[in-house]
Design a protein around this ligand. Structure first.
Ligand code: CFM
Ligand code: HCA
Length: 537
């Protein structure tokens, strides 16, 4: 309720910047005008040097996010040791082997440990040796190589090394030119990863899968066990997941996932390219789902059932929902007594700043400000803006693969005809709405928020909880506001699906109900204010 308006807040955030920076940031900071069509946001543009951003790099988006979680590929970082070190097990993408003959390499971090003499004389020999050594030691099914900044600058040809070693060793070996400096954020790395996974894995294994309802879940990385909760629910419904890209998934599952009848997409930002390429080549339709939040989970399950259009499945889905809700309802009723009307602000990645608004609204909380780190305009404004934003910061750097329909496999599944029929009956495939349409009027939407803007927001509005990442967590908490890491979930999770929602409700209730925040001394408070507050307790 109180505090300056969104418009005033925005002005105060912009005030300190030099003119040019202010003009640029102004395009990335909007006051939401719902229900009007969202204003164009200056997303996916370069961060002004000197501004402290939350963003990461292309290598993080490629190796760290999309491919790194495939547990039985041996991942080798070609670059200085820091790149491998800092991306080692920090994302909490969980995995476990499910067949005794499998191996899980994710506890390892492998790197060529590039040194100055490799920069001077080239690092290809070193890479070749590293691949040989890794092969001799582990005999993996596949090896994946990731180039970091210096490799691109000196011009090592990792792809010819990979081809040569693939020939020599007889296993699948492929490389990613995901040098950190490419693009403006992690996002370029997602695109590079999607292209590589599509070229080097998808469709390699044509073994048919015996199941009635076969889907892939794209853009779900099993952070804190989310993919396992989604799998649990879908299993109860009788729906079989062939591949989850790329959470808790094996190389073979990815090679075989073109056998599915449908792709559902959790994180659109990181994997929309894959969904589109699979539709073009195999005729496999896709739509957006969201298993974060009770309403989202129900809606997603019902939509999958509607796609298959079998009474047995639609009935089963309703049974599962009713069964799970019996556990969820009392928890919501309990926590709402303390969380109702509380305010949240979310600044995370490229989808969670949107998805998690649903979980907060399940608890009666409102999101007063939100923004992505690196999402594109469609993730803010919805799918209908896509055609107008084909030329963006990433697509100048990354090739669009030219994919053609594979007539043999395309016709096998008849999925295209099914899509047309469903669309005629009113089923919506492309109803991706984006963040802004869902947010209330006069909320703030801030893309690639800076440290300064975040501090201003806290100073002026004191949200009851902020969802963010490791770089700002402790800054926020020192200002007396609880911060839930919505990347790693701190040490918690899962938060997806029904059981996940219960975990989340309890966690947020605990965080905002504890009295400990009253004991922190926020920098804007002077001693007398502090003391009188303590005395009033
Ligand atoms: Fe997608 Fe992700 Fe996210 Fe993402 Fe990420 Fe992540 Fe994220 Mo961290 S793929 S965009 S690049 S949902 S790693 S699991 S938490 S920033 S909001
Ligand atoms: C990444 C990974 C990250 C970082 C999280 C954070 C993750 O972008 O490189 O900043 O707290 O989810 O682990 O997004």
């Amino acid at each position: 309720g109180s505090g300056p308006s969104a418009e005033e807040t925005r002005e105060q955030m912009l005030e300190i910047y030099p003119k040019k920076t202010r003009r640029k940031r102004a395009k990335q900071m909007l006051v939401n005008k719902t229900p009007e069509t969202p204003e164009a946001i200056g997303a996916n543009s370069r961060t002004v040097p000197g501004i402290i951003t939350q963003r990461g790099c292309s290598y993080a988006g490629c190796k760290g996010v999309v491919i790194g979680p495939i547990y039985d590929i041996l991942h080798i970082t070609h670059g200085p040791i820091g790149c491998g070190w800092y991306s080692w097990l920090s994302r909490r993408n969980m995995s476990k082997i499910r067949h005794p003959e499998e191996t899980n390499y994710l506890q390892y971090s492998m790197s060529t440990d590039m040194q100055e003499d490799h920069i001077v004389f080239g690092g290809e020999k070193q890479l070749k040796q590293a691949i040989q050594e890794a092969y001799d030691e582990f005999k993996p099914k596949a090896i994946s190589v990731y180039a970091t900044c210096p490799v691109g600058l000196i011009g090592d040809d990792i792809h010819s090394v990979c081809r040569e070693m693939k020939e020599k060793l007889g296993i699948n070996i492929f490389g990613f030119s995901c040098e950190g400096y490419k693009g403006v954020s992690q996002s370029a790395g997602h695109h590079i990863a999607n292209n590589g996974v599509f070229k080097n894995m998808i469709g390699l294994d044509d073994t048919p899968v015996e199941a009635k309802y076969k889907i892939n879940v794209l853009g779900e990385y099993n952070i804190g066990g989310d993919a396992w909760e989604i799998d649990r629910i879908l299993r109860l419904c009788g729906i079989h997941i062939i591949g989850t890209l790329s959470g808790g998934v094996s190389y073979d599952e990815i090679c075989n996932c073109h056998q599915a009848d449908l792709n559902v997409v959790m994180c659109h930002r990181s994997i929309n390219y894959m969904a589109e390429m699979m539709e073009t080549k195999f005729g496999m339709p896709w739509f957006k789902v969201n298993f974060i939040g009770i309403e989202g989970t129900k809606k997603s399950l019902r939509k999958i059932a509607q796609y298959f259009d079998e009474k047995e499945l639609t009935d089963r889905v309703e049974e599962v929902i009713a069964m799970e809700m019996a556990d969820v309802r009392p928890v919501i009723e309990d926590v709402r007594q303390r969380t109702e009307g509380k305010k949240a602000a979310l600044f995370v990645g490229g989808s969670r700043a949107h998805h998690y608004q649903d979980l907060f609204s399940d608890m009666g909380m409102t999101t007063i400000a939100a923004g992505y780190e690196f999402a594109h305009r469609d993730d803010y404004e919805g799918r209908d803006v896509l055609p107008s934003i084909k030329i963006d910061a990433d697509s100048r750097n990354i090739e669009e693969l030219h994919i053609e329909a594979d007539p043999e496999r395309f016709n096998l599944r008849k999925t295209k005809e099914r899509k047309v029929a469903l669309e005629e009956s009113g089923f919506e495939f492309s109803d991706y709405e984006g963040m802004m349409r869902q947010m209330a009027k006069d909320t703030l939407v801030i893309d690639d928020i800076s440290a300064h803007e975040l501090e201003k927001l806290i100073e002026l509005h004191k949200p009851d909880v902020i969802g963010s990442g490791i770089k700002d967590k402790y800054v926020i908490e020192k200002m007396g506001i609880p911060c839930k890491q919505l990347h790693s979930y701190d040490y918690g999770g899962p938060y997806a699906g029904f059981k996940g929602a219960i975990n989340f409700f309890k966690e947020i209730d605990r965080m905002i109900s504890t009295k400990v925040w009253k004991l922190t001394r926020a920098p804007w408070k002077d001693d007398s204010e502090e003391q009188s507050a303590a005395a009033a307790e």
